[in-house]
Structure formats: structure tokens, C-alpha cells
Design a protein around this ligand. Structure first.
Ligand code: CIZ
Ligand code: SF4
Length: 304
């Protein structure tokens, strides 16, 4: 099918089946363009709870679809592309969490949303990069075991010095590959540009940045800013929304590797097939879902 045909079929099927399409900022622009809602994982998990549609097509990676399913057990959540997964989500295991729990009293296990349902089930609270600082500040516990992303953990620790942090060594290969020397070169090429970075980047990058925050935070900053040029240190899927909202501003990437191969697996053909065939929905084992739901609901409670 030609692209135009695919797009009109997606629109037709969506209406016919009363389905909702949600997409993360990191998927291809043409996929974001057919979605009803585009956002970060916190926003999308909220949308999935608020909307009535019984079928949701999720354009993103597995942990996002799992979170949506856990919060909406009655709805059918279908991943547009089943194999799209985030390596960081698998960088910690349950044994490690138990080891730290046994070692510290007065401990909260704070789990970045980029993790599997099994791991969320062992956590006290889930966070995203848009609400992590606020939530950690509100926790009664003194000790915080932040999993799985070390960079985000260290970034939050800098903002919430009253807590004692224990870090894990998880990382995002896309964000940590953004190179400081290359960033400095791009800054010289565009001396008026503001540097906007995601906290999954190395701290040498976030230290240089004018603003560090989630994808939603980066888009908001660039949109409200008087500045005309920005150097963007996160996945390049975000350029679609940045330029859609700010057609007259200039956005520069740092390097060609700012591309998440898993997010980029989702294409229009996959969205069409997911809608047409309503393939297997996301399933999370009941016991895991119940515990993970508690940690996700804590996020919604404390994040508001
Ligand atoms: O929380 C998300 O959606 C991710 C993975 C990135 C971000 O900062 O929005
Ligand atoms: Fe995972 Fe990094 Fe891809 Fe986000 S950009 S889904 S953290 S690998």
C-alpha cells in the first residue's frame, strides 16, 4: 500500500473500531502524525486511564505498553510493534533489589518507568524524568535506591541533596553516546543556541546544558523561549514535535547516533496491521500487575 493509502486506512479503521492511537515523542514523525495523542510516558499513561476507547494502539516500546495495561486491565492494549523494547528496562534484576533492601533500613526503591513490569512490582514508586525530583522529595524514606538508570539517578540526587542515594549501573545507549567534545564543536558552530538535554545523558553533558528535563520539558522550554536556536541532546524523534510547534526556530542535533533503534521499529505499516488484525494484546501476569499497579499509582498520586 502507498503511504497515503495506509494513512487513510488507519484513520478509517480507527473510527470503525473505536480505537485510540498513542505515540511517544521518539517514534517516527509520520507515526506521531497519525496518533490521537503524542507525549512522554507519564502523559501517555494518564491518557490511557482517562480515555474511554476500549482498544489502544501503543506506538512506543514494551515497558510503555505494559504500564498502560497495568493501569487499564479492562482495555485491550496492542503494541504497534511487539519487538520494540528498551534495553535499559532489563538492566537490573530482582536479586539486586533484594540485596539492597536487606542492607538498608528506611529505604525506598524508586524505579524509573523504563523498566519491566516485574521490576516495577518490586518498587515502592515509579517515576519518569518529568516527575522524579518532585516525587523523591515527597518520599518519607531517607535512603533512595534509584533503578535502573544511573545518569537520571545522579541528576535527581543533585537536585534532592537531603536524601541519600544508592545508584545502579543501568544506562541508555542512545543518550550516553552523546559526546561532550562533539557537543562543544556544535556549540561553537551555533554560539547563540541554547543547549537542551535529557537527564539520561552523561552528567558532563547536563552540566553544560542551559536546561535539562524530560522530552515534554524540553519541548515546553523551546516553545516558551525567546531564543531562536537550540541544540538538542535527546532522541531525534522529538524534532517532529519541536518543529511542528516552532516552525520558525532552528533545532540542531549533536550526532547522527541520537536515534533509538527500538523506537524506530514502529512504522505506519505496523500501526495499520495492529489496527486491522488486533494482534495479541499486552498481557501482564496478575500478581505482578497488582504490585506494579501500586507503584505506578503512587507515581500518579505523588506526581500530581
Ligand atoms: O518518560 C519518557 O517518556 C521517556 C522515556 C523519556 C522522556 O523524558 O520523556
Ligand atoms: Fe530505552 Fe534509550 Fe530507547 Fe529510551 S532512547 S527507549 S531509554 S534505549
Amino acid at each position: 500500500m502507498k503511504k497515503e493509502e495506509l494513512i487513510s486506512e488507519i484513520k478509517r479503521l480507527k473510527k470503525e473500531k473505536r480505537a485510540l492511537i498513542v505515540a511517544h515523542y521518539y517514534v517516527e514523525g509520520e507515526v506521531q502524525a497519525v496518533a490521537d495523542y503524542v507525549g512522554d510516558s507519564y502523559y501517555l499513561s494518564k491518557i490511557c486511564m482517562e480515555r474511554e476507547e476500549p482498544i489502544i494502539i501503543f506506538c512506543g516500546v514494551k515497558f510503555m505498553g505494559e504500564s498502560a495495561k497495568i493501569l487499564n486491565s479492562k482495555k485491550k492494549i496492542i503494541m504497534a510493534e511487539l519487538t520494540a523494547d528498551c534495553p535499559m528496562a532489563h538492566m537490573i534484576d530482582i536479586e539486586k533489589i533484594e540485596e539492597v533492601r536487606n542492607k538498608y533500613e528506611d529505604l525506598a526503591v524508586v524505579c524509573y518507568i523504563n523498566s519491566t513490569a516485574e521490576i516495577k512490582a518490586c518498587a515502592d514508586v515509579v517515576v519518569t524524568s518529568s516527575n522524579a525530583c518532585d516525587i523523591v522529595r515527597k518520599l518519607p524514606q531517607k535512603n533512595i535506591f534509584f533503578i535502573p538508570d544511573e545518569q537520571l539517578g545522579r541528576y535527581i540526587a543533585g537536585k534532592v541533596p537531603q536524601k541519600h542515594f544508592i545508584f545502579h549501573n543501568g544506562f541508555c545507549h542512545v543518550h550516553t553516546a552523546i559526546d561532550i567534545e562533539r557537543l562543544k564543536e556544535v556549540m561553537i558552530m551555533h554560539p547563540d543556541a541554547k543547549v537542551l538535554a535529557h537527564p539520561e545523558c552523561k552528567d558532563e553533558i547536563t552540566r553544560l546544558a542551559d536546561y535539562t528535563g524530560s522530552t515534554a520539558g524540553i519541548i515546553d522550554y523551546a516553545t516558551k523561549s525567546e531564543q531562536q536556536e537550540f541544540i538538542i541532546c535527546t532522541e531525534i524523534g522529538i524534532f517532529y514535535e519541536l518543529t511542528r510547534r516552532n516552525p520558525n526556530k532552528q533545532f540542531y542535533s549533536v550526532m547522527p547516533s541520537q536515534l533509538c533503534p527500538n523506537m524506530k521499529r514502529v512504522d505506519l505499516q505496523h500501526v495499520y496491521e495492529a489496527l486491522k488484525n488486533e494482534g495479541q494484546g499486552v498481557e501482564v501476569e496478575e500478581n505482578i500487575a497488582r504490585k506494579a499497579k501500586h507503584a505506578l499509582s503512587m507515581m500518579h498520586e505523588l506526581g500530581n
